[in-house]
Write a protein that binds this ligand. Sequence first.
Ligand code: NAD
Length: 443
Amino acid sequence: MNITIFGSGYVGLVTGACLAEVGNHVVCVDVDPDKVALLNDGGVPIYEPGLEELLKSNREAGRLTFTTDAVAGVRHGLFQFIAVGTPPDEDGSADLQHVLAVAKTIGEQMDDYRIIVDKSTVPVGTADRVAEQVRTHLAARGVDVEFDVVSNPEFLKEGAAIEDFMRPDRIVVGTDNPRTGELLRALYAPFNRSHDRLMLMDVRSAELTKYAANAILATKISFMNELSNIAEALGADIERVRVGIGSDPRIGYQFIYPGCGYGGSCFPKDVRALIHSARSIGYDAELLSAVEAVNDRQKDVLFKKIDEYFGGQLAGRTVGLWGLSFKPNTDDMREASSRRLMEALWQAGARVQAFDPVAMDEARRLYGERPDLTLTPDALAAADGADALAIVTEWTQFRSPDFGQIRQLLKEPVVFDGRNVFDSRQAITAGLTYFSIGRTARR
Ligand code: NAD
């Protein structure tokens, strides 16, 4: 099948690569000429395990091309995927300008039946707005062609995106047209083989399903973070509590890890957008507002611990930082807890020396050269000569370090672990002063 994908970011590239891998002919359109040039030169603008190989083999097989030419894109695909960003607007609502710009281009250029598939995360009612936009531009040209707008939200996780796309838990397709539903079923058949995971529903329910999924995941995290603060103050160990509650299959072990707050391009913006959608119909989403407020507070927890430990005297101190990305296996630093911590430390006059296995270039892009940030070649170098070490991303390679070496490298042997990466007993036995989340600090 011929497929066009607007937007070559995390979702667009993974979707394009995976759809090409099963034999489709995919054209990826992006407005960023540098990104398109890089992709055409064999480069990959993001870090995502397995993506580079998949892009390369499908480009070489002639099934995957990259262009800035939106007109050629509209001409190419029966399926026109929208996978552009929907960043938060100032009031927390989803900014739909990129989605509507693609709809406008399609309306201005299409001459044959097209299925417009919205993969971007968008508020309920967006498919109607996309259809309206296309209709307006078709009418302006005096052209009368049929089209459908389908909601097909994406559930991939950065860091495991290829696997998630190839073996999805579910494929949600929102359409009111049964024939279009069947065409989407055929498109997704290669990813839907062992048992049927394609869920056909109305457009609005599909749009809301994506927000509901992210909102409940964010709620689990904020719930555990709330409990971790209570546990810490009461002298309980949140990690024991986690194991205790997770054993109940109604609760489960997944996604109940305490930490220094969720970040990334999805949870924060999607929770805010859902709160905003609810407000727009006169409903006060109290639980979701609390999820957001708890997360916001949690992102300051590590800074508060560090500041308290040093008696509010952070000026001139150096903090070593392990982890910059918002979670392991990605270079994405959007709304990452590391940023909040670094910015608070800088504000207090401290320096940061940081290491991340893949997000160093992204940190350089975001912060440029500055005297209070040193990016170090490895994790131990980030600890070398620092007054304290903070951990904000639970990369596997941070889990079992040589504690004795860390103690020797640090000026003061104190660690602030925002992801409970270390076994506290081991860290303390090795002579470290160890602060973590929801566990009483022990020396
Ligand atoms: P991204 O910022 O990585 O990529 C978006 C791309 O769209 C950019 O390359 C940008 O240049 C391009 N673009 C903007 N306007 C365009 C236009 N008019 N025509 C063509 N290209 C255009 O975004 P992302 O992380 O891939 O997210 C895309 C959407 O998918 C968002 O709505 C997001 O909420 C949703 N989503 C993201 C994830 C994730 O893990 N990143 C998961 C599920 C859903």
